[in-house]
Design a protein around this ligand. Sequence first.
Ligand SMILES: [Zn+2]
Length: 385
Amino acid sequence: MNSSVGFENGLWRLIPKNHFVSMSFFREEPLINWGYTESVLFTAYDVCRSSDFWIDSVIRSGKTLKEAMTDLGFPKKTSMMADTGVFEMEAKKAGIARSLGIDVDIALTNEEIFEAYRLSGADYFVSPDEIIQPTESSEEMNKKIEVIKHNFTDLLDEFPARKIVAVIQGTNRSTITMIFDFYRSHGIRHFAIGGLIPLWRHDKELFKKTLNYVRKITKGNWLHAFGLPILRLLPFYLHKVGVDSIDTSMLLYLSARRRYVVGFEIVPVRLVDFASCECVACSVLSPKLHPRRYDFFMNLYIQNIVEAAKYSENPELARKKKVIAKESQITGRRRQTDHRVESKTPRCHPRLGRLLKRRFRRTQDINMTNQVRVSTQTDANSEPM
Ligand SMILES: [Zn+2]
């Protein structure tokens, strides 16, 4: 782990997405007393898609989301990283909705993102980025880089550099170096690499080279990786490449699909001998408990989080396999994605929408996402990886 960067409420290896705004069970026991990891990820998108009454009461109280969570029992020392959730939205746009010919209107403006960030009271804030696809032309890439830079400088007006996680995009050395130098010139010490899932799908070699190059140039700084396409990449990211942290909501979705994580394998629950695991959650799980019951899901989720967190710290432990049926080797290799495609169109929370409108009138803020214009061109394609 990179020890050169560290603050109070610092970041940790595995940063699970905590959907506490849109999913009420994250605000209830046992998850509210979050003791499974020292950092969680929260998304602005989670605020906007939530229609939960809880957020109204938080806004009325004048507290931040983290303060309101702490009142409920969430550990104050657990750091919260706020992200836009843009990848989740992109996945939806590219998923069911698009195949049905539905235009999904779920773009978030910077102002909406920053409003959610301010409301969050988080410890770290991810700069809104644009996913650069490996197949894009240099012209498209340049446009996105300009938007990324504008987003970053806007965020810097809101939060100090030490609280910002700046996202590096690009698939060639000159683009990556240029973006990194730009961030460094603004005093950034926390970096993230984005666009990994499309890159991994496109070209595995380029994916590895890009990751290694970004790690190399960011040496001495914190490096977070956005997106875990398959669970088996966790040791690769953390221990081969030497990335400092990674976020995922995969463990939640796996649990909802009744999948059990053992080491870096994924196994259907019907093949698992729960008694072979000593964790608190597995002592509750038993073949007698119906797998569709809520307490089964909850304990499975906790077991999966605890398991993945443990191996994120020490991958050697994962080699000591527990008692699992033979089919797990086959099932475990099934590719798992880091997101779930939903057909439901999310809407921004009405209360937040009204709050934003008031602020818009007051500050005459501009929707930067749509109005940023490319002013300069960057030589984005000059040097391959
Ligand atoms: Zn267990």
